[in-house]
Design a protein around this ligand. Structure first.
Ligand SMILES: Nc1ncnc2c1ncn2[C@@H]1O[C@H](COP(=O)(O)OP(=O)(O)OP(=O)(O)O)[C@@H](O)[C@H]1O
Ligand SMILES: [Mg+2]
Length: 308
């Protein structure tokens, strides 16, 4: 899987057309990314030629059928997976290992169970700000980030003492507290009930508006994608998945979910995403049928990493 193609000895970033006539500097560039996973029956090509240019402060959603490769794209941007060919540039520099400037929020929050909410955030903050902030500043910063997600009242509770939505909020606070340039979110609200989800979506819009982080979020929820995004990137079905279509969401901010429910433009965007998913990419085949066949009749092993 190691990518030995060195496409990225350049440092200047390219420009993207933002939809208006203003040319905006590319902040994050996913350039011709392909990946092959070694499997017992031979290499499995999950992604092929994924290209995407994202500008600073942009909110991009990735949407596509289960197993198409969304988490794989995110993991490559996070530096957790290495592209087989192509790569990722952040502000013109190649990134292929994890770094605190690209914080990840996983669907299952991934908090350390023996630490309180405060201590979970503290761990990340110390990693980034040790030697740069005083003890008192670190404390203030942790409390500030927990209050951004309305968790200040329960910051000394451990993960098993708080609800799923609260754990997810701590995960988001932990990511935000690292002041990442890029926030990578893999179905961050997928496991939550509708009300908690709506509340967190609103908080995320407020926070992102205030901090101007660049966000890539994976979601299966069409309404969530339209409500939150500046652009929705729709991926084709795998194997060898790639970017199918990109939809610009030109709805004014701040966005109000109730008002948008009757908005014709909102419903048009919603329809476009549904059409892509259920008409253009409707054929959801068993992805395993594309895997190389084994010569011997032995049971196939599960992939090293299943879907998120
Ligand atoms: N480490 C791995 N080894 C082998 N195959 C893998 C590995 N990681 C992912 N895959 C395969 O790559 C494909 C894309 O997986 P990925 O997890 O990116 O999909 P996804 O779009 O995030 O799906 P979901 O929506 O269900 O989370 C799948 O067929 C998956 O089995
Ligand atoms: Mg996934």
């Amino acid at each position: 899987m190691a990518g030995d193609i060195h496409l990225f000895n350049r440092t200047a970033s390219t420009t993207v057309n933002k939809g208006s006539n203003i040319m905006v500097k590319t902040h994050l560039e996913i350039s011709d990314v392909s990946i092959e996973f070694p499997t017992p029956s031979g290499p499995f090509k999950a992604l092929d030629g994924v290209d995407l240019k994202i500008k600073e402060g942009e909110f991009v959603s990735l949407i596509g059928h289960s197993g198409c490769g969304k988490s794989t794209v995110l993991n490559i941007v996070a530096g957790l997976y290495q592209a087989t060919t192509g790569g990722v540039l952040l502000d013109g520099r190649e990134v292929n290992t994890p770094g605190p400037e690209r914080a990840v929020v996983f669907q299952n929050h991934s908090l350390l169970p023996w630490l309180s909410a405060y201590e979970n955030v503290e761990l990340a903050v110390k990693q980034v700000f040790k030697g740069k902030k005083s003890k008192a500043e670190i404390k203030e910063w942790i409390e500030h980030n927990l209050s951004l997600v309305h968790m200040d009242h329960a910051m000394h509770k451990r993960p098993d003492e708080i609800s799923g939505g609260m754990k997810q909020r701590v995960g988001i606070a932990r990511a935000l507290a690292m002041e990442p340039k890029v926030l990578l979110m893999d179905e961050p609200f997928g496991a939550l009930d509708a009300l908690t989800r709506a509340h967190l979506q609103d908080s995320l819009m407020e926070i992102q508006n205030e901090l101007n982080n660049t966000v890539i979020m994976i979601t299966h929820d069409v309404d969530e994608a339209v409500l939150l995004s500046d652009r929705i990137v729709m991926m084709t079905n795998g194997p060898a998945a790639t970017v199918g279509e990109i939809l610009d969401i030109e709805l004014a901010r701040p966005r109000d979910r109730i008002a948008l429910a009757d908005d014709s433009q909102y419903n048009h965007y919603r329809h476009e995403v549904l059409r892509f998913l259920y008409e253009k990419q409707s054929k959801v085949e068993d992805i395993d049928q594309h895997r190389p066949k084994k010569v011997e009749a032995v049971e196939e092993e599960a992939p090293q990493k299943a879907t998120a």
